[in-house]
Design a protein. Structure first.
Length: 282
């Protein structure tokens, strides 16, 4: 295995087929894949092997960790490198920060070898995934007094507020009397969310994650764990779709990076304004 891959095992997790495989000619149908995560936990999500793609690396944030992961992919294979921001739609700053990192990284000889895929998900997809998950976990109970508690790791007021909006949309298309929200590590926390459901009249509370993390971080009295939002096969299928689209755009001369720079525009917090002179100094 390439020594640089061994040395950086503390910053990225290498899975799948490994980046030691080197091809003499780039294959336009394949790419080394780097998934980068934020507060939704996308860097740790289980993924089935992307058989039709190249190696898979993980970075837990944009900036130096992502830069290291991309550099390892470039050093370990001659395939193009596709970076996928692993947001479900509630972390636009992750997309913008990823684009900024890649803008800095792809100056010079790396230009044309690195591409930024569209984010894994968006608010519309997340709403649909949650509706499916809610129907799946509620159906076995077949009872009118079941409440669903959507949970996610606490982030910032704007991304957290988006979860409350999405929860309202999930409830509006179903026949459940209660769809509530709790924030792991925030307010209301999961225990408070379960208590609120009980006060509203629910006799059973099913907890469903609205991010890549677990529904609950520890057993919670009065709650049934609804399991992961997406199965590994579903994650890998969506990743394959994003990668294929990014490869097609790259073949037409668009690496997708410019489009990602303004992903957090008008999102309330707006992220940190990007300036060429000081980016990359963190």
């Amino acid at each position: 295995m390439n020594s640089s891959l061994r040395d950086a095992a503390d910053v990225v997790d290498i899975v799948g087929r490994g980046v030691a495989t080197v091809h003499s000619e780039p294959d336009a149908a394949r790419a080394a894949v780097v998934i980068v995560g934020g507060h939704e936990g996308g860097a740790e999500v289980p993924v089935e092997p992307l058989v039709e793609q190249g190696p898979l690396l993980r970075a837990s944030s944009a900036g130096h960790l992502l830069e290291n992961a991309v550099q390892q992919a470039l050093d370990g294979t001659d395939l193009p490198v596709c970076v996928v921001p692993m947001t479900l739609g509630r972390d636009p700053q992750l997309v913008a920060d990823t684009a900024r990192t890649l803008t800095w990284l792809t100056r010079g000889p790396m230009a044309g070898r690195v591409m930024l895929a569209e984010p894994f998900g968006n608010a519309t997809l997340l709403t649909g995934w949650l509706r499916v998950a809610v129907a799946r976990v509620v159906d076995p109970f077949d009872a009118p007094d079941v409440a669903v508690l959507l949970t996610a790791k606490a982030a910032n007021p704007f991304d957290d507020a988006e979860l409350f909006r999405i929860a309202h949309l999930v409830k509006s298309r179903g026949d459940l009397p209660w769809v509530e929200v709790a924030l792991r590590g925030g307010e209301p926390d999961v225990a408070e969310g379960v208590e609120r459901c009980g006060q509203l009249g629910a006799r059973q509370v099913v907890v469903v994650p609205a991010d890549f993390g677990p529904a609950v971080e520890a057993p919670t009295a009065g709650a049934v764990d609804g399991g992961p939002l997406l199965m590994p096969s579903e994650v890998s299928g969506m990743l394959a779709t994003r990668i294929s689209a990014a490869l097609l755009k790259l073949s037409r001369g668009d690496d997708g990076i410019a489009a990602g720079l303004d992903a957090d525009h008008q999102h309330g917090h707006g992220g940190t304004p990007w300036r060429e002179a000081d980016y990359g100094t963190d």
